[in-house]
Design a protein around this ligand. Structure first.
Ligand code: TYD
Length: 201
């Protein structure tokens, strides 16, 4: 079977990192080789760009922010995602192109066509096989975040726009599923596994 590229999306504190871990373990237990990674980051250059993009109190122009995130994405696709898939490993990734559309497009108000073009440039058109959106009411997501990086320091209105963006975007993404991020982690994992073509593995 062809290795799958699976993306988890959703607001801050929606449980993406927990699901990344649980899903890696569940797939690993079935003998599937898995690479778990995240954006922005996932490579040495990407992690440095991540530090810059998230640094609290650092004023960054929205377009600069987008360009940094997209640069990290290109590095990630070329150095981690494509090589892993070519090697037969499944890739589980927390955040990908939809995050840029939801956060920089709906959240920051940047032109969505421009973001799509930059995503295309960064990924060379590599699309995930499955996208899971962990949906959460903005007030819950906001209430759950303890740390305040540059995004988490944004107000509730920002997170409300991001959620509207996600829910609109996800409708046109093939093989995508919206999951209730308020459910216990094991339930969310169960739903993710139920959508994956695992029988016979
Ligand atoms: P992440 O580490 O996933 O945060 P969390 O674990 O709290 O969900 O992502 C860090 C921040 O980067 C997050 O607030 C959203 C932001 N981000 C964007 O704005 N655009 C993007 O394209 C990506 C990948 C992340």
């Amino acid at each position: 079977m062809k290795p799958l590229f699976i993306v988890l999306e959703g607001p801050d504190a929606s449980g993406k990192s927990t699901q990344l871990k649980l899903l890696s373990e569940a797939l690993g237990a079935q003998g599937i080789p898995v690479v778990a990674t995240r954006e922005p980051g996932g490579t040495p250059v990407g992690e440095k760009l991540r530090e810059l993009v998230l640094a609290p109190g650092l004023a960054i122009h929205p377009l600069t922010e987008l360009l940094l995130i997209v640069a990290a994405r290109h590095e990630h696709v070329e150095k981690v995602i494509r090589p892993a898939l070519a090697d037969g490993q499944w890739v589980l990734c927390s955040r990908y192109t939809l995050s840029s559309l939801a956060y920089q497009g709906w959240g920051r108000g940047l032109d969505r066509d421009l973001i799509r073009q930059l995503n295309e440039l960064a990924t060379g058109g590599l699309e995930p096989d499955h996208v899971f959106l962990l949906d959460l009411p903005p007030a819950v997501a906001y209430g759950r975040t303890r740390e305040r990086d540059r995004f988490e320091g944004e107000g509730l209105e920002f997170f409300t726009r991001v959620r509207v963006g996600y829910l609109e975007l996800i409708r046109s993404v093939p093989r995508s599923h919206v999951l209730d991020g308020t459910l216990p982690p094991e339930r969310v994992l169960g739903e993710i596994l139920a959508h994956l073509p695992l029988s016979g593995i």
